[in-house]
Design a protein around this ligand. Structure first.
Ligand code: PLP
Length: 637
C-alpha cells in the first residue's frame, strides 16, 4: 500500500486488505469493517464464465460504486452546511452536477436521486445534455437548479424555456452577449418569463494547466463592458428582474484556497454590483474546480493534487462571499457550485489485465553452438569477439560493453549485406544481453502489455499528460520485483503509460504467473486505474476500433458476499464499433457468409462451412479486446 501511496490518494475509499487485495470502503469514513468490498472478488464475479457462477463479462471492466457517489455528494453538502452554520451565513448551498463529467445514465440518475433531499440539480452544456438533464430532473427535487451553460442557438434556448414551462427550475446562463437577443425573442414568442444568469469573465487567473479558461483572455464569459450592456438591455425590455444568477468558472483543479478566495471574492463584488444596478439577484454559482488529490501529495504545486480538504474548500467559499456581501450590505445569496471531478472521480475503477511482458526469453547463444556462430563472422567482428572474451576474463566492464556493442554493430551490417543468417543475428543479440546482465546494467524496466486502449479509457493521459493512480488490485502482500511500463493493444506508439504518480517513470509490478493469461495457462494479473470516474469515459475515442469497457454496478450489501452486482453491461462488440464508423455489420456478415459458401464446400461430409460461419458471427458479437478465455471464437469454431 505504501509503494502505491494508496492512503494518500485513496482515503477514505480505498485500502489494502489482509488478503493483499484492494478493498473498497463504499461509505467512506462511515464504512464498517464488514462492509468493505474486496475488489478482486467483484472482478472474478464479473469475469468468471457463467458456468462457474460469474457474469461472463470481458475485460477491461469499469466497476461503479453508487455508494461512493452518494458519499461524495453527501460529504460535499455536509461541508457546505457546516461552513454555513458555523459562519452564520444567511442562505443555503445548493449544488449542481455538470453532466459533461460523466453522462452515463445511471451516474446522472443516481446523483439526482441521492441529491434530491438537498435540492441537488444538474448543469448542461449542450442540447443533448440539456435533454438528458431535463428528463432526469423530472424525478428530482422541484427546487433543484437546471443550469444551462455553453454556446447556445435558438433551439437550445427554446428547449431551456420549454423546461421552465415544465416547472423545472431552469436558468439560462449567458455565455455570449448575443444569446440575450435570442432569449428575449424566444421567451416572448413562447410566453415564458425566463430566469437568466450570466457568466462573468473574471480577472482572477488560475495558473495551472486547467486555468486556460480563466482570466481576461479566457475563452468564456462576458467582460465587464458586456455585463453592463446586458443589464441595460434587460432594463429596456423591463426584464431586469429575470437576471438572478451570476456564474463564473476559474478552471478545473483549483490548486489552493487562496486562489479560490480571490476568484470568489471578485465574483461576489460583481454580484453586489448587479444588485446595486437593480437585478433581482439570488444565486452565486462558483462553477467547478474543486480538485482531486490524484497523487496523494496534498500539494498545490502539482496539477494533479490540491492543498485543501472538502471542508476547507467550502469554508473558503462561504467566507469569501459573506465578507464581500456584508461589507456591501447585500443579502447573502444562495451558493451553487458545479463540482464534477470531485463528485464522480472516486466512484469508478477501471480494471484491466496484463497479458504478457516484453521479456525476450533466455538468450539464444548456447543452443546455437559457438563454432557455428563464429564461422561467418568477418575478421573485424572476430577480433571484437576475442577482445570481449579477454575483457570479460579481466573483469573490465566498460571494455566488455564497448566490444559487445561494436560486435553487434558489425553483425547488423553483415546481416544487411546478406552474409549473416537470422539465427546468428539472434545469437549476437543474446550475447550482448548476457554481457549486460552479467555486468548488472540490463534495462530493468519491462513492458507489460495490457488488454486496454489508452485512447479509449485513459484519454487524458494521452491528450494532456494527466496522471492517474494505477496499481495491481491483488498480490499486494507480495513484494513487486519488477519495474514496468504499460503498453496497450493499439497499433500506436502513444498507446502506453510510462509516467506514474509521484513522478515515477515505471510502476512496481509482480512477475506474471506462467507468462500471464493469454493462453489461459497462467494466473491473471489485474491492474486498476483509480479516480477516473470524471471525463475519461466521455472523452474516450475509438482508435483502432477499440470500444468502451464492460461495466458493472456494485452496491454494498449485507448478503454473504458483502456486495451485489445490480447491473452488468458488456462493452460494445466488434459489430457495434464498426457501426460507429458507418459500416453495416449485418451486411458485412452476409458478404463473408456468401464467400464461405462459395469457397468452402462440405463435400467431405464435414460441417466446416457451418462452423466457419458461426465463428464469423461470434467475431462480430465479441468485444474487440483480447478474449481471455472467450466462450465463442473463430478458433473454437
Ligand atoms: N462548470 C463549467 C462551466 C466547466 O467548464 C467545468 C469543467 O471544466 C465544470 C463546471 C466542472 O469542473 P470540475 O470538474 O473541475 O468540477
Amino acid at each position: 500500500a505504501l509503494l502505491y501511496r494508496v492512503d494518500g490518494w485513496g482515503a477514505p475509499y480505498f485500502t489494502v486488505n489482509s488478503n493483499g487485495d484492494v478493498s473498497v470502503r463504499p461509505h467512506g469514513v462511515n464504512t464498517l469493517p464488514h462492509q468493505e468490498i474486496d475488489l478482486l472478488k467483484v472482478v472474478k464475479k464479473a469475469s468468471d464464465p457463467k458456468t462457474s457462477g460469474g457474469l461472463g463479462l470481458q475485460l477491461p471492466l469499469v466497476v461503479r460504486f453508487p455508494d461512493v457517489l452518494k458519499d461524495r455528494l453527501e460529504s460535499l453538502q455536509t461541508s457546505f452546511n457546516f461552513a454555513i452554520q458555523s459562519q452564520g451565513y444567511g442562505a443555503h448551498y445548493q449544488g449542481v452536477y455538470p453532466v459533461k463529467c460523466n453522462q452515463d445514465r445511471f451516474v446522472v440518475e443516481d446523483i439526482v436521486k441521492f441529491g434530491s433531499g438537498f435540492r441537488f440539480g444538474l448543469e448542461a452544456g449542450s442540447k443533448p445534455e440539456l435533454l438528458l438533464a431535463m428528463s432526469c430532473l423530472c424525478k428530482g427535487s422541484p427546487d433543484a437548479l437546471l443550469v444551462c451553460n455553453g454556446f447556445k442557438d435558438v433551439e437550445y434556448i427554446s428547449l431551456a424555456l420549454v423546461a421552465r414551462k415544465l416547472h423545472l427550475n431552469t436558468v439560462i446562463v449567458l455565455e455570449q452577449e448575443e444569446e440575450l437577443d435570442i432569449v428575449i425573442e424566444v421567451s416572448n414568442k413562447l410566453g415564458v418569463r425566463p430566469i437568466i444568469g450570466l457568466r462573468a469573465k473574471l480577472r482572477t487567473k488560475h495558473s495551472g494547466h486547467f486555468g486556460s479558461t480563466s482570466g481576461e483572455k479566457g475563452k468564456f464569459g462576458l467582460t465587464t463592458t458586456q455585463i453592463l450592456r446586458v443589464v441595460k438591455k434587460l432594463q429596456q425590455y423591463e426584464m431586469l428582474d429575470c437576471l438572478q444568477l451570476l456564474h463564473f468558472h476559474i478552471g478545473s483543479q483549483i490548486p489552493c484556497t487562496s486562489l479560490l478566495e480571490d476568484g470568489v471574492g471578485e465574483a461576489a463584488q460583481v454580484y453586489c454590483e448587479l444588485v446595486r444596478l437593480g437585478a433581482c439577484m439570488k444565486v452565486i454559482d462558483i462553477g467547478g474546480g474543486l480538485g482531486i488529490d490524484y497523487d496523494g501529495s496534498k500539494s498545490q504545486d502539482s496539477d494533479i493534487s490540491v492543498a485543501y480538504s472538502l471542508q476547507e474548500y467550502a469554508s473558503a467559499v462561504v467566507q469569501a462571499v459573506r465578507f464581500v456581501c456584508d461589507r456591501k450590505g447585500v443579502k447573502h445569496p444562495v451558493i451553487c457550485s458545479e463540482s464534477g471531478r470531485a463528485i464522480v472521480s472516486h466512484h469508478s475503477i477501471l480494471v484491466f489485465e496484463a497479458v504478457s511482458t516484453s521479456s525476450n526469453g533466455s538468450p539464444q547463444i548456447a543452443s546455437l553452438g559457438l563454432q557455428y556462430f563464429m564461422e561467418k563472422l568477418t575478421e573485424e567482428a572476430l577480433a571484437d569477439y576475442r577482445n570481449l572474451s579477454a575483457a570479460a576474463i579481466r573483469n573490465e566492464y566498460d571494455a566488455c560493453l564497448l566490444y559487445a556493442e561494436q560486435l553487434k554493430q558489425r553483425c547488423v551490417e553483415q546481416f544487411k549485406e546478406g552474409s549473416l543468417e537470422m539465427e546468428q543475428l539472434a545469437a549476437v543479440d543474446g550475447l550482448c544481453e548476457l554481457v549486460a546482465k552479467a555486468i548488472g546494467i540490463s534495462d530493468p524496466v519491462r513492458t507489460y502489455h495490457v488488454n486496454l486502449s489508452v485512447f479509449t479509457s485513459i484519454p487524458d493521459f494521452w491528450g494532456i499528460g494527466q496522471l492517474f493512480p494505477i496499481m495491481p488490485i491483488h498480490r499486494l502482500d507480495e513484494k513487486p520485483v519488477v519495474k514496468g511500463i504499460l503498453s496497450d493493444l493499439t497499433c500506436d506508439s502513444d498507446g502506453k503509460v510510462d509516467k506514474f504518480i509521484g513522478g515515477e517513470s515505471s510502476l512496481p509490478l509482480h512477475e506474471l504467473e506462467g507468462n500471464g493469461g493469454i493462453n489461459g495457462e497462467g494466473g491473471a494479473y489485474y491492474l486498476g486505474m483509480f479516480l477516473g470516474g470524471a471525463y475519461e469515459e466521455a472523452l474516450g475515442g475509438f482508435h483502432n476500433l477499440f470500444g468502451g469497457p464492460s461495466v458493472v454496478r456494485v452496491s454494498q450489501s449485507d448478503g454473504p458476499h458483502g456486495f451485489a452486482v445490480t447491473r452488468a453491461v458488456p462493452g460494445p462488440s466488434c459489430g457495434d464499433v464498426l457501426r460507429v464508423m458507418q459500416h453495416e455489420p449485418e451486411l458485412m456478415f452476409q458478404t463473408l457468409k456468401h464467400r464461405v459458401e462459395e469457397f468452402c464446400d462440405d463435400d467431405d461430409g464435414s460441417n466446416n462451412s457451418l462452423a466457419l460461419i458461426n465463428g464469423l458471427a461470434c467475431s462480430f458479437n465479441n468485444m474487440p479486446y483480447l478474449a481471455m478465455g472467450a466462450s465463442c471464437s473463430l478458433t473454437a469454431a
